[in-house]
Design a protein around this ligand. Structure first.
Ligand code: GLN
Length: 206
């Protein structure tokens, strides 16, 4: 069943949203953004971040993405961007956004006040689908976890919007949204719509 509106929403129409396209599951994010009426732009160079209303950092392999980011000063430019402009991290994207990373420790952008433990859900359930209620209206969310990180600490300013057991799996802090699962897989567009609403609000204020 398709959840969330497929109609291009008015708020999304003037938004240009970057999708970090160094590695990983960026294409499905771009398609979902298009479906919702926003204009996706693949981001491969630091200069591609200019003029964006928001950015999605997809799932994939955070260590590989870091290697690309360490070239041409990309890491520092992205750090400034994520500290000021709406950014939505999914899976590996959350690992990059986090303040602290464990298992093992690795460099991160320090934008989102959480600690994440990489590959934390054990081998036999590396990949699984969980259906659960969340703070989003419209019924249960279907959440696809692929070698997912676990959020093991949330700072005081972090709001939890969905959990898997005791673990926060969808969180928001100011202009940042983070999902440890893959909302771009499947037909439910509610989380992307939430991010577009955040980006539209941010744009109207600045
Ligand atoms: N295991 C990956 C990492 O540690 C994340 C997995 C994903 O993004 N689906 O970077």
């Amino acid at each position: 069943m398709t959840k969330g509106s497929n109609a291009a929403s008015e708020t999304a129409q003037n938004l240009t949203i970057g999708v970090l396209a160094l590695q990983g599951a960026y294409d499905a994010h771009a398609q979902t953004l298009r479906k919702l009426g926003a204009t996706p732009k693949l981001v491969r160079l630091p200069s591609d971040l200019q003029g964006l209303d928001g950015l999605i950092m997809p799932g994939g392999e955070s260590t590989t993405m870091l290697k690309f980011l360490e070239q041409r000063g990309f890491f520092d430019v992205l750090k400034d961007f994520t500290h000021t402009t709406p950014t939505f991290g999914t899976c590996a994207g959350v690992i990059l956004l986090a303040n602290d990373v464990t298992n093992p420790a690795q460099k991160s952008l320090g934008a989102l006040d959480v600690t994440v433990e990489r590959n934390s859900y054990g081998r036999q359930i590396d990949s699984t689908i969980v259906e659960t209620e969340s703070s989003l209206p419209g019924g249960p969310l279907e959440m696809v976890f692929i070698r997912a990180p676990r959020i093991t600490r949330t700072g005081a300013g972090v709001e939890t919007l969905a959990t898997r057991g005791q673990d926060p799996v969808l969180v928001r802090e100011g202009h940042l949204l983070a999902a440890t699962f893959h909302p771009e897989l499947g037909h439910d567009t509610r989380i992307h719509q939430l991010f577009l609403d955040m980006a539209a609000r941010h744009k109207s204020r600045s």
